[in-house]
Design a protein around this ligand. Structure first.
Ligand SMILES: [Zn+2]
Length: 104
């Protein structure tokens, strides 16, 4: 397994643990408990430190809601999802820029 991929999987595990502590294994969007997993709201992995796996960028979503979010459907856009966890794109980008400085 590639080293980068291994790190990504480890980061995702930690990410899901953190998000599930906050949200539980319940979809924050529709309340379903079917196939619920942590979803990173902005997912341009490679442009972001930690592959975007931080608490302020994550939300528990069921499979059906994750698919709608991936398709960027109305009411499932990044801003709608950030509202559900009291976060925002601005907040996330600010955290990322601070972390980048620490990493260097
Ligand atoms: Zn859902």
């Amino acid at each position: 397994m590639r080293r980068g991929l291994k790190r990504k999987i480890l980061l995702y595990k930690l990410f899901e643990e953190e998000i599930s502590k906050r949200d539980g294994y319940i979809c924050k969007k529709c309340g379903s408990t079917e196939l619920v997993h942590a979803h990173n709201i902005i997912s341009k992995f490679d442009e972001m430190p930690y592959h975007g796996f931080i608490l302020e960028n994550g939300i528990m979503l069921c499979k059906s809601c994750r698919e709608k979010a991936k398709k960027n459907k109305e009411d499932y856009k990044t801003d709608n999802l950030y509202d559900l966890i009291n976060s925002s794109k601005y907040k996330v980008l600010e955290i990322f820029s601070k972390k980048k400085k620490i990493d260097r």
